[in-house]
Design a protein around this ligand. Structure first.
Ligand code: ZN
Length: 69
């Protein structure tokens, strides 16, 4: 897989309102999983993303909970 780090190249588009006014924050969960937290300034929609795939909040919370397996 070709994984890019650092500066996002393409502007993200909000899936809810279609605006390009989306911020993306890279986070590393306690188990080492890298995820992106995305937030739309227009409609305040928020979602999670891992390797370009949307993540359910439940999954993120589950990953965050598995600190010491
Ligand atoms: Zn939006």
């Amino acid at each position: 897989m070709n994984r890019r780090r650092g500066v996002p190249v393409e502007p993200l588009q909000c899936g809810t309102c279609g605006a390009n006014d989306v911020i993306q924050i890279e986070l590393t969960l306690p188990d080492g999983t890298e995820v992106n937290f995305c937030s739309c300034h227009q409609c305040e929609a928020r979602w999670w993303d891992r390797d370009g795939e949307p993540l359910e909040l439940d999954v993120v919370l589950e990953l965050a909970r598995n600190t010491s397996a």
